[in-house]
Design a protein around this ligand. Structure first.
Ligand SMILES: O=C(O)C(=O)C[C@]1(C(=O)O)C=C[C@@H](O)C=C1
Length: 291
């Protein structure tokens, strides 16, 4: 039996996790309202894995989660996969329509959702409800639950079709994200390798801290990969939180640690005085691979 900690039923995380573990019959889901508890459940050994959203097509890096992985926990990355984040405007249609039975957006007083989901729909909100109050909550599923529990207050949520159905609410507008092909990248973190499915794309994520900031320091780090023709898929500077302007470099590498070239490149980077923390070496799945 594998125990998986994740955000609530009806969240995008919930749908994405069930896609990764589709067909696995020995899985126990542990839903948590807060992402901190999703992490903690695996840290405490109550769960084997946590499902963590780390990047979105529209909004980019989910900084809070990335920083949590770097600063708060030591949970190795064991798999990454991509899942579509389709957002919808959800409430009770009967409360928000005019005498002609048409939806009247002006009757919506507040829109609530997860900050990343809200950020994916800013143009929609500006176009239809330019002055509406917005509020961030811990997940899209929590936002829909709040709408369910507060009838008659003119509140709408941004969330999934499943969350609307689970709570007996209506889809006032569907697929409202500002750009099509809106995907979220999820990371499975925990102490055991993920082996349920195989991918020929293996990645390694590392954090590099420079010994000091000198001209060309980062160039030296990147050249250790470049001349070995090791492909990097993402580089992001993250604050060390120790001093303004002090950064880690989060680097995703399209190569396994089991290769010959990558350990040699890491050795070269350490030889110039950098410190390296390996965050994980893991299979990477596209959405199509999991269908
Ligand atoms: O709130 C949810 O539904 C989540 O799964 C969280 C989350 C996120 O943290 O980025 C995941 C994907 C969505 O695009 C929006 C929010």
């Amino acid at each position: 039996m594998k125990t998986i900690a994740l955000l609530p039923a009806g969240s995008v995380s919930d749908e994405a996790a069930k896609q990764l573990f589709a067909g696995e019959d020995r899985v126990e889901w542990k839903h948590h309202r807060l992402i901190a508890d999703v992490f903690q459940s695996t840290v405490n050994g109550i769960s084997d894995y946590s499902v963590i959203p780390i990047e979105n097509t529209i909004e980019g890096s989910v900084s809070l989660h990335m920083d949590w992985l770097v600063h708060e926990v030591d949970l190795p990355m064991q798999a990454e996969w991509v899942y579509p984040s389709i957002q919808n405007l959800i409430s009770r249609r009967s409360e928000l329509q005019n005498a002609a039975g048409e939806l009247d957006f002006s009757r919506i007083k507040k829109v609530i959702s997860h900050p990343v989901a809200m950020a994916q729909c800013l143009q929609f909100l500006r176009e239809h409800m330019p002055n509406v109050e917005t509020e961030h909550v811990s997940s899209t599923a929590e936002a829909v639950r709040i709408v369910r529990d507060h009838p008659g207050e003119g509140i709408a949520a941004i969330g999934t079709r499943i969350a609307a159905a689970n709570n007996g609410l209506d889809l006032l507008a569907t697929e409202i994200t500002d750009h099509d092909n809106n995907y979220t990248r999820f990371m499975l973190v925990g102490s055991e390798p993920y082996t349920a499915r195989k991918s020929d794309r293996i990645k390694t994520s590392i954090l590099v801290t420079l010994p000091e900031d000198y001209p060309g320091a980062l160039h030296q780090v990147l050249s250790a990969f470049a001349w070995r023709r090791i492909n990097l898929s993402r580089i992001e500077s993250r604050p060390t939180k120790k001093k303004l302007g002090n950064y880690y470099f989060y680097i995703e590498i399209e190569m396994s640690l089991d290769s010959v070239l990558l350990p040699a490149a890491l050795e070269e980077i350490e030889a110039i005085g950098c410190s390296i923390r390996v965050l994980g070496c893991y299979p990477s799945f596209t959405y199509e691979q999991l269908l």
